[in-house]
Design a protein. Sequence first.
Length: 415
Amino acid sequence: MSYIIYAIPFFFLLIALELLAEYVRKTDYYRTNDAINSLTAGVLSRMFGILKALVPFTLYIMLYDNYALFSLGDSIWLGLLAFVLYDFCYYWNHRFGHEMSILWAAHVVHHSSEEYNLTTALRQTSGSFLSWIFYLPLAFLGVDPLLLLSVGSLNLIYQFWVHTRHIGRLGWLEWVFVTPSNHRAHHAQNQIYIDRNYGGVFIIWDRLFGSFQDELDAEPPIYGIRKALHSWNPIYANTQVYQQLIKDSWRTKAWSDKFKVWFGKTGWRPADMERDYPLGRVDLTRFEKFDIPLSTLRKVYGLIQHGLTTFIGLVFLLNITQLAVLQQILVIAWVVYASVAVGEILSLKLLGWWLEIVKYLFVFAAVMTQPVPMWLNLTLVAFALVSAMMWPSLRKEHVHHAKPEENEENIAITS
């Protein structure tokens, strides 16, 4: 079984504790827009994960039932062995996710935040379609499908706590386990840290296979990716690299390059693409985080809307077996739509205002037509009423930011 849904309350508890540490230590590791964007990506990942898991998991079960070489049983020791084997497979999945273009296109969203805090851990991909291949060897080794789900979820849960800047080096643990320090190096875009520290739980794989890099006091990590998003749209975050690969594959003249664009080393581009469609080079000495200043009202509104999206997502995950396929698709579509809407609100785009209105029209339609519990209806109505009371003031902010010179600047930094 998967333990992730049961871990979600603890994730938010730890985020609250980190925010308390932020206040006490007077650090600036959190920004509302960035944190909401990370959390939204996490919600979308859970939604799309349901749709993507069926075929790979069915294939895994078929291989396990027909071709398993061993029968590992279900003892605690064999469970621990499966946990270690899973992390070994995760290392290679993660490593290729950085070193092959098509796999990086899926993984890049996790690295797109220019902050590093516990919300970054939840910034997971919705567009990973090939990572399951790396775990198929476990089926031949006799790892039961349900055990695979269990150790996989525990592996992911472990990785949550290492996404913090509030914990320093941890002595001898740095030699064996993934820690906040060596994972901070993994998330940095400084040249010395690029493509290093791939382990999920055990850093020992990196030490064995030559991909380890210690976090250096003389080289503070600069978080984010070289081709920065400059957007709070979670769909763009998940498709940014795919879009570039599609363009390069379509435009390049050589047929071999059309294939190599996808399966070549990350960052490689055909010579004619480098010549005709050059991409800007990043100068980290002049690095500035992408940010759009927000009023307190807009930050609060964004948090409320993300709260609604998360609430609907959790209700959906807890009751998915009771929903028809069409209902599941509609809920997922609404969550995607709501996630894009809050991204546009945080980008100060007028489009966000209209997306919000349409979003709540759908909420109203659901309340009026669907046979759902009264407590759920009342919760949705409460979200709608609170949001509606804030709309007049938000509308004034949109009017203010519609001045030509300001509007042009916003378009430039969010496109």
